[in-house]
Design a protein around this ligand. Structure first.
Ligand SMILES: NC(=O)c1ccc[n+]([C@@H]2O[C@H](COP(=O)([O-])OP(=O)(O)OC[C@H]3O[C@@H](n4cnc5c(N)ncnc54)[C@H](O)[C@@H]3O)[C@@H](O)[C@H]2O)c1
Length: 435
């Protein structure tokens, strides 16, 4: 570590997860197993990836933790909120993502992670009917109750720092309403006036986290922190925010594969993506209003990689369709199909088919770990507001759309941004070299 200006990662890091479902229980179980040496955190960039720092004779290939101070897995303390009262052990068993033999060695630790009452409103996820829910006078009170939970958790677990990660169900689509979402003052007023339509419960968690000095990460496609009022709050509290939507299966493929078409200057006529999925996430997304939030997020990926204005001959009017179908027999084992209609020399058509038989939560868990550790790092490095370097991990990366800023969706450009941010935080020079 060279001339680094990042506070050390001393003491315990509280990781508070909103939602204790398939993704969260898989994430927690994996971390607890890894720290006992019983499993490997495969897929986690912070645990495996190496990058070059320095040039010429001074170049070295180092892991992230050798460049910047990252929290140690042994220093993580988990907590959660959920609409259902099941503890993390019960949740991991119910989710059926992991085999019992991969859960039981950390059963005692998981059983101690009992979800706090959720800040929840059924209007935002009508298919959920759990009763582990807070009684709230209004949205402001909902936010204050979450703040109290964070403070109590931090004190009870002797945590130095907290990160709040949303890995709860996708809420119904909340469009940006300028009178409510453009300024912090207006958003606070709407909470106090109990505007239940425009203030989603997720916004109460996010505001509470930022006010308690904790970075907030949005792992679902919800607009929660992707509004100017939250950007203002993140600036004011000097806290990092990141979102939206974990980039796990199909969109990872898309953001890695579309650059092949674009780099090779092939044309695109259409890209049809469909999924079958049978877990609770799939059940919630079967509701059209909840799917709409996901659709907006998933559709945005291609437009900034294969840009019609830049290459009108190749990318004008391509048809892009994304579907998710709830299909219970597959549970968490998602199947994502992509049919890509491309064209080449003199316009002759060709097709590409990709069938990704993936495991949703197995892909999401390492992203949770990376996002948590890197957001905590960002806070210690004094970075605040939207963390664009985390776009690599996200399907619908946040960007300042009020200034006409374009999100970066191209996986390899995102990777360069990620590496350069870590280099800079580690006191090394950012550069454009390819390794
Ligand atoms: N697994 C993936 O590949 C992936 C990728 C991108 C995004 N996501 C998103 O991550 C989220 C979690 O996915 P999952 O498979 O674990 O879903 P899940 O349904 O298993 O778990 C979500 C949990 O959130 C709880 N919840 C809902 N609203 C809540 C609230 N207001 N407060 C507290 N708890 C609440 C639910 O009761 C449920 O237990 C979803 O939004 C999903 O869209 C997952």
């Amino acid at each position: 570590m060279e001339n680094m200006n990042v506070k050390p990662a001393t003491g315990k890091l509280g990781v508070l997860c909103v939602g204790l479902g398939a993704v969260t229980s898989t994430f927690m179980t994996g971390v607890l197993m890894a720290r006992k040496g019983l499993a490997k955190p495969v897929g986690s960039m912070t645990q495996y990836d190496k990058m070059r720092v320095g040039r010429g004779e001074n170049k070295k290939y180092l892991r992230y933790g050798e460049i910047v101070p990252l929290a140690d897995l042994n220093d993580i303390v988990f907590g959660a909120w959920d609409v259902y009262p099941a503890n993390a052990y019960e949740s991991a068993i119910n989710a059926e993502v992991l085999k019992e033999r991969d859960i039981n060695p950390v059963k005692e630790e998981l059983e101690k992670i009992v979800p706090m009452k959720a800040a929840f409103d059924k209007k935002f996820a009508s298919r959920l009917d759990g009763d582990n829910v807070k009684e709230c006078k209004d949205r402001w009170d909902m936010m204050e109750q979450v703040r109290e939970d964070i403070r109590n958790f931090k004190a009870a677990n002797d945590c130095e720092r907290i990160v709040v990660l949303w890995a709860a169900s996708t809420e119904v689509y909340v469009p940006v309403v300028p009178e409510v979402h453009n300024t912090l003052a207006d958003m606070e007023a709407a909470m106090k006036a109990d505007d239940q339509e425009n203030i989603a419960p997720s916004m109460c968690y996010a505001m509470a986290a930022l006010l308690e000095g904790a970075p907030f990460i949005m792992g679902a496609p919800n607009t929660t922190v992707d509004i100017p009022a939250m950007w203002e709050l993140a600036e004011k509290t000097k806290m990092p925010i990141a979102g939206k939507d974990f980039k796990t299966g199909q969109t990872l493929v898309k953001s890695g594969f579309a650059p092949i078409i674009g780099t090779r200057c092939l044309g695109l006529r259409g890209w049809f993506s469909t999924n079958i999925l049978g877990n609770r996430d799939g059940l919630v997304l079967d509701e059209p209003a909840n799917f709409r939030t996901k659709e907006v997020s998933k559709l945005s990926t291609l437009e900034s990689i294969l840009v019609p204005e830049e290459q009108p001959d190749l990318y004008t009017d391509y048809y892009h369709k994304v579907r998710i179908n709830y299909y219970p027999p597959r549970n968490d084992d998602k199947e994502g199909w992509d049919n890509i209609d491309i064209f080449g020399w003199m316009g002759y058509p060709m097709q590409i088919k990709i069938d990704f038989l993936c495991r949703d939560s197995i892909l999401a868990a390492p992203l949770c770990l990376d996002l948590v550790l890197l957001s905590d790092l960002a806070a210690r490095a004094g970075r605040y507001g939207t963390q664009r370097f985390l776009s690599f991990f996200l399907k619908s990366p946040m960007h300042d759309y009020t200034q006409g800023e374009i999100p970066v969706n191209h996986l390899f450009q995102q990777y360069a941004i990620l590496k350069n941010a870590i280099r800079e935080m580690g006191g090394y020079e950012a550069d454009q070299e390819i390794d």
